[in-house]
Design a protein around this ligand. Structure first.
Ligand code: GLY
Length: 255
């Protein structure tokens, strides 16, 4: 199965991105780290498509938040942060072949709150994603015979700040989210040894792991590919939110 990954370059305004801690950000270093991320995706076999940079949208590198791609549909989200609501539209030409759904008010949803594992679509109810956002995505998921599952997010920005897919398992820090919905779906859960280890990106051929999670990299052994992401973490970003991934075969089949 070949994977397409949509990415968007670090904008000039990245140092003004939304974040919990107002730490200073080095935009040039962030750009270098983003380039390494793109190279790592390519090294693991992904076909990377780079969207035009949005220099006036400080958070636009976190492209995953503005679109959720399922098997047949692409849902252009209404991000929880009002400052991010102009980021999605320029992405539309890159998701042709999918049935496009545009999320409308009062729904809000960030793609960082959506975790697909097999036929399950877990959706975090978080600072950014509300019940209406969940309901809208749930309707689209059910139309594809997928099973939507709501998960309370108790801390951190997004669901995928706390857990991500590792093959057919879920790796995470389960003190920040409810374990019960995952257990009810009979999924194997792996406790990440450190907080940054909760967000990994499994591309099958290997698993990207932040350099801030050395114990998680050790746990994954030779499957791990370590990436330096210091300036990305400062912007409350991680591995999954910097790309939108989908199987090429799925899209080709829709044309
Ligand atoms: N800086 C990522 C976000 O807050 O959306």
């Amino acid at each position: 199965m070949s994977i397409t990954a949509l990415v968007r370059a670090i904008p000039r305004s990245y140092h003004r991105c939304l974040r919990e801690d107002e730490v200073e950000i080095d935009v040039d270093r962030a750009r270098r780290q983003h380039r390494e991320y793109v190279k790592a995706l390519e090294a693991l076999g992904a076909r990377v498509l780079e969207l035009p940079a949005l220099d006036d949208d400080p958070d636009s590198v976190f492209v995953e938040d503005v679109v959720v791609v399922l098997d047949r549909h692409a849902v252009l989200t209404r991000p929880g942060a009002p400052s991010r609501r102009g980021e999605g539209e320029s992405l539309v030409p890159f998701i042709e072949g999918f049935e496009l759904v545009r999320m409308k008010a009062p729904a809000t949803l960030d793609g960082g709150d959506v975790l697909r594992v097999g036929r399950f679509v877990f959706v975090g109810l978080s600072k950014r994603t509300n019940r209406e956002g969940f309901e809208l995505l749930a309707e689209v998921a059910r139309a594809e015979d997928l099973e939507p599952v709501a998960v309370e997010v108790r801390g951190g920005l997004h669901l995928k700040s706390a857990c991500t897919a590792l093959g057919s398992s879920v790796i995470g820090r389960f003190e920040r989210i409810d374990r019960a919905p995952f257990v009810a779906c009979d999924l194997e859960l792996v406790d990440a040894p450190e907080p940054m280890g909760a967000n990994v990106l499994d591309l099958g051929a290997g698993v990207l792991v932040s350099a801030a999670a050395p114990k998680t990299a050790a746990l994954l052994g030779e499957r791990a590919r370590i990436i330096e992401l210091g300036e990305i973490h400062k912007g409350d970003g991680a591995l999954t939110c910097m790309s939108v991934r989908f199987a090429d075969e799925v899209r080709a089949g829709r044309r």
